[in-house]
Design a protein around this ligand. Sequence first.
Ligand code: 5RP
Length: 224
Amino acid sequence: MDQNELKQAVARAALDYIRPKLDNDSVVGIGTGSTANCFIDALATVKGQINATVASSEASAERLATLGIPVYELNSVDRVDFYVDGADEANSALQLIKGGGAALTREKIVTAVATEFICIADASKLVDTLGEFPLPVEVIPMARGHVARELVKLGGDPVYRDGVITDNGNIIIDVYRFPIPQPAVTEQAINAITGVVTNGLFALKGADILLLGTTDGVQTLYPR
Ligand code: 5RP
């Protein structure tokens, strides 16, 4: 199986996981990225059973709408029952790095609201220690220089993601060469820098379940 087939397999597994739990009122949160896109395509096959979705990016909202799946503003719903999204890295505690697609802030907001976060990823995303993947940080544009200098003080190597503006009108700084042995501590430390909107560590609230695509099938992992 290639990486794309693994992504499709975990997307189907996520649909199989939530389908028996769906009722007429269910609200499904939708992530962003190539794996989340596979889930959106799978969801379209049961769209009659979906009451509402909320999307973590304009791109996902557009894909949902194109497939005829109802999309609501987060402020129009009073809860999100399930949030299904990919990740750039996950550790065994199901703490994540996200934001490779620059949607980290909206992803973190939907995560905060969701009752259950189902992460879907191919096996290459599971790591012992987070930080091999450069950590995305969403930053208010005028704070770019200040935030970069503070990230250097924390031990990272910040690189401006050229040409990228988030759905919220901000910029992304990716932090390279930055191993993260204590993800919750680092998540808080970076979020405390003035000018940071949020960073791509999902450690204070990580995933509740990880559906991991391997060549031997989809594994179901819970936080350890
Ligand atoms: C977007 C994200 C994605 O979930 C992450 O980048 C994984 O993407 P993909 O499924 O394409 O590998 O956080 O901001």
